[in-house]
Design a protein around this ligand. Structure first.
Ligand SMILES: Cc1ncc(COP(=O)(O)O)c(C=O)c1O
Length: 387
């Protein structure tokens, strides 16, 4: 029985009592899936159109194009924007590799810059320094659901640069009252199963630009005019469409987005109240944050040890993304010392469970377990991952 309050039923394979992140499941999901099956039309169809229309309305934009994943959305957005060989695209050092892979897929060059310590998104000063004659676009990643500094958007607009937001982790987030998804030239979302709005898999491009929306939609399938001429491809299409089944789940999930955000914001406030300041630095309570993850920076304890101890008692925590300049594909000639804020996050951070199903006694239990783990951790956080 699915329910939107209290703990949901768990499969036998789930060993964690508290997961780092999970979506709230709408009670309408099963009904929508049943309807798709009864309609016997599982390929992209009317549910996809409805999902697109409803997501465009959530983001306050005119166009939305659904894709099979967030990575597909980023790849398609890069192609639609005409990014190619010789073009530089500024990206943050902390993100999922998919952000940079999308730039590389189209032949562009990702230019990695450091983040700032308040929001853990692109640092506007570093972006300014990184802009060159070859810069074509900037990709602000709203890490963990926190909207990127408004100065990044102001700078890009002043310099006439394309902005492709990566909001894979930031459904429903707002920056100064404006919706994430409407802040740049285009925006890409992921509906992977662990996201704020989880579907299982899926993605979406949002934009107010009709040419870019049209171009993305054309490339989305077989790059053909459709109808009777559906097999008359004029160039190589991507076959990145979302299925009707996933879209039907997405349509149901939009109904519980507000409830998800309310629950996650409440849990973030409980953590803010209960977590011990002598042991860790808490994340800033930025307005408009949607708390995909709630990451703390441990002061002296070793995150790897704390993570292992919490796993033993059924509490799942998450390490940070490995900085992009530390992974083989993007290491290049980068020196970690050029990215001090990213390095600090990499060495000290751990994301605590922030499932929308958590209630206050469970948050208290997690905080107590964390305090215990921090006390017994003999590690030195700064010694961690010296390489
Ligand atoms: C910041 C970021 N960008 C892109 C992606 C890729 O999305 P997907 O897994 O749907 O391809 C993810 C995560 O999944 C992400 O966290």
């Amino acid at each position: 029985m699915l329910k939107t309050k209290g703990r949901p039923a768990r499969s036998k394979r789930t060993t964690m009592r508290y997961r780092a992140t999970e979506p709230l499941i709408s009670p309408k999901v099963l009904e929508n899936i049943r309807r798709v099956l009864e309609e016997r039309y599982l390929s992209p169809g009317r549910w996809v159109r409805t999902f697109e229309e409803r997501w465009a309305a959530v983001c306050g934009v005119t166009y939305a194009v659904a894709t099979s994943s967030g990575t597909a959305a980023l790849h398609l957005a890069m192609r639609a924007a005409g990014i190619g060989p010789g073009d530089e695209v500024i990206v943050p050092a902390v993100t999922c590799p998919d952000t940079l892979n999308a730039v590389t897929f189209v032949g562009g060059t990702p230019v990695i810059v450091d983040i700032e310590p308040l929001r853990f998104g692109l640092d506007p000063a570093r972006v300014q320094e990184a802009i060159s004659k070859r810069t074509k676009a900037v990709v602000p990643v709203h890490l963990y659901g926190c909207p990127v500094s408004p100065q990044v958007f102001e700078l890009c607009s002043a310099r006439g640069l394309l902005v492709i937001e990566d909001a894979a982790e930031a459904h429903g987030a707002q920056l100064d009252g404006r919706m994430v998804g409407s802040l740049g030239t285009m925006c890409c979302f992921s509906f992977r199963g662990d996201k704020v709005l989880g579907v299982g898999t899926g993605g979406m491009i949002t934009t107010n630009n009709p040419q870019l929306a049209q171009r993305a939609r054309y490339m989305l399938g077989m790059a053909s005019p459709g109808g009777f001429d559906r097999y008359q491809s004029t160039e190589m299409g991507f076959s990145y469409e979302l299925s009707n089944v996933h879209a039907a789940i997405g349509v149901a999930q939009i109904d519980v987005l507000e409830e998800t955000l309310r629950a996650k914001r409440q849990i973030a406030r409980w953590y803010d109240e209960l977590l011990p300041e002598d042991a860790l630095d808490k994340p800033a309570m930025i307005p408009g944050h949607v708390w995909w993850r709630y990451a703390v920076l441990l002061k002296t304890a070793n995150p790897r040890e704390v993570h292992a101890q919490l796993i033993d008692v059924g509490i799942e925590t998450m390490p940070p993304f490995t900085p992009m300049y530390r992974i083989p594909m993007y290491r290049g000639g980068h020196r970690p010392s050029d990215f001090p804020i990213t390095e600090d996050l990499y060495r000290r951070s751990l994301a605590l469970p922030i499932s929308p199903y958590l209630e206050r006694p469970q948050v208290e239990e997690i905080v107590n377990a964390l305090q215990q783990a921090v006390k017994t951790s003999r590690g030195d956080a700064l010694e961690l991952r010296k390489q």
